[in-house]
Design a protein around this ligand. Structure first.
Ligand SMILES: [Zn+2]
Length: 145
């Protein structure tokens, strides 16, 4: 089975906190306020770093809304990391499966079951042929790793 091109520990050097991962996501995806379309929509909340606040219309929204990413009980960095592994398999044209059991030993704070669920969703996303938002996101991630 495929061994990852980067260890989760090394990945975490770039994203010491989950908030760092959300900041990266916000920047590379060009998130805008769903109510007024403002791209300069101010800031992400400190206590809930996936919630953004728009100063123009005084509304809060989740930057993960209508994406495949689900925040619930899973660290966003798990999604980014496993997604990156899929991205690398795709760009390196490796046809293989991820060894989730081995990944789980390196990734603290999650369960095998939870990683399988994340992996299934991401694998399906990577099966789509036309997903420019996906490709842009992981290409910008690749540039900083
Ligand atoms: Zn707004």
């Amino acid at each position: 089975m495929h061994s990852p091109p980067i260890k989760y520990d090394d990945f975490l050097q770039k994203f010491p906190t989950e908030a760092n991962a959300f900041q990266f996501y916000q920047k590379s995806c060009g998130i805008y306020c769903p109510s007024c379309g403002d791209k300069q929509f101010s800031y992400l909340r400190d206590d809930k770093p996936y919630m953004a606040y728009c100063k123009k219309c005084h509304k809060e929204f989740s930057i993960l809304k209508d994406t495949i990413f689900v925040r619930k009980e899973t660290d966003f960095r798990f999604w980014l990391y496993i997604g990156y592994l899929h991205y690398r398999m795709q760009t390196d044209m490796i046809i293989d499966r991820l060894n989730i059991a081995a990944l789980q030993r390196d990734m603290q704070g999650t369960t095998y079951k939870s990683l399988c669920r994340i992996n299934r969703k991401l694998a399906r996303w990577f099966d789509e042929t036309d997903a420019s938002d996906r490709d842009n996101l992981f290409a910008s991630l690749h540039r900083i790793l």
